[in-house]
Design a protein around this ligand. Sequence first.
Ligand code: SF4
Ligand code: SF4
Length: 89
Amino acid sequence: MIFRPEIPRVYFLRFREVNVVYKINTKKCLKCGLCVTQCPENAIIVDDKETQFDGLVLYTTRIDAEKCTGCGVCVSFEWWCPAKAIIKG
Ligand code: SF4
Ligand code: SF4
C-alpha cells in the first residue's frame, strides 16, 4: 500500500491557478489508476477498467474539465502520477 498523507482542503486552494484545467496525456499514462481517488474534486474519471489475463487491472482515465478546478494538487506530488502524465490542458 502506498502512503499518502491526508492534506487539508485549504492547502489545495493555495495552489489554485485561475483559468487552468489539467488533462491526462494518454500516450504517457500507465493506466495505473493511482490518480483517480486522490483528486479532491473527483474530476479524474475512469472511462474503462480492464483486467488483463495475469490479474493486472488497467484504468483508462480522463479529467473532467467541468469539474477540474485547476488546484494543481495532482501535479504537486511525485506519487500522484508515476508517469507524470497529468499536464495543463
Ligand atoms: S488540478 Fe485539482 S481538480 Fe483538477 S484534476 Fe488535478 S487534483 Fe483534480
Ligand atoms: S496516475 Fe498517471 S499514469 Fe496512473 S492512471 Fe493517473 S494519469 Fe495515468
